[in-house]
Design a protein around this ligand. Structure first.
Ligand code: SAM
Length: 233
């Protein structure tokens, strides 16, 4: 059973319709996970607490209310993209991952749950279409790479004045120190860090690092595939 009443902590109101949708989502997810690994078997028991609840924490960020178009980089099994799409039908969500079997699940889910606002694409972040450049109000990323690397993946696709929202665990300060160069080169500024807790007994500390794009991305980005990781800023 999902403890949907806990979503009140994220300022979310759950109606009978959303309850139905989230239950259907969990059923679909766990059925697919039985034959294709999207999350570990251990995590199945904490699907709501560790994945669904965490994804929806973006609701704690006030600027999220203005978002019309969101890009989720390295979405894997659809986190945070799918839970956000389920509860926000006015936001157009694009979920990107380089692994086809994960994207296949998201497209199947979007079809079955009639989620017209969710598009999933098999691609590497460094190779997204030119039409995506400077096109998104918010880009998100959870558990993909260190901050300096994912910021480089996301930067070119965010509009000036838009935000990169990084979902991070408690080692966040160390990552921020390592990302100073990337922040400067890519014209981003850390606006705030929103701390919150997952409804779990341990490993519950989480942070949303809210990073604002202050100016256009220099023309040298995106760099060639693999460069952000092998030769980080
Ligand atoms: N965001 C999901 C979550 O929180 O559960 C998935 C996290 S998983 C540990 C990292 C994902 O990032 C993998 O599915 C991987 O394929 C994807 N990924 C890593 N580098 C990428 C890149 N350059 N472009 C696209 N996807 C990438």
């Amino acid at each position: 059973m999902m403890k949907l009443n806990l979503l009140k902590n994220l300022n979310l109101e759950i109606t009978p319709e959303t309850e139905k949708l989230l239950t259907l989502y969990q059923e679909n997810f766990l059925a697919y996970n039985a034959h294709t690994n999207l999350i570990s078997k251990n995590d199945e028991k904490v699907f709501f607490e560790k994945h669904l609840y965490d994804s929806l924490s973006i609701n704690l960020f006030k600027g999220f209310k203005e978002c019309k178009k969101l890009l989720d980089i390295g979405t894997g099994g659809g986190f945070p993209a799918c839970p956000i799409a389920l509860l926000n039908n006015k936001i157009n969500i694009f979920a990107v991952d380089s692994i086809a079997k994960k994207i296949k699940f998201i497209n199947k889910l979007a079809q079955e749950l009639k989620l017209k606002n969710l598009t999933a694409i098999v691609a590497r972040a460094e190779e997204l279409p030119i039409s995506y450049l400077e096109n998104f109000d918010i880009a998100t990323s959870r558990a993909v790479a260190p901050l300096n690397v994912i910021l480089e993946y996301a930067a070119p696709f965010i509009k000036v004045g838009g935000y990169f929202v990084a979902y991070k665990s408690k080692i966040v300060n160390e990552e921020i120190n390592h990302a100073q160069n990337a922040l400067e080169i890519l014209n981003f500024k850390i606006e705030k860090i929103i701390k919150y807790e997952l409804p779990l007994e341990e490993n519950f500390e989480r942070n949303l690092v809210i990073i604002k794009k202050t100016n256009k991305t220099p023309k040298d980005f995106p760099r060639k595939v693999g460069m952000a990781k092998s030769n980080p800023l």
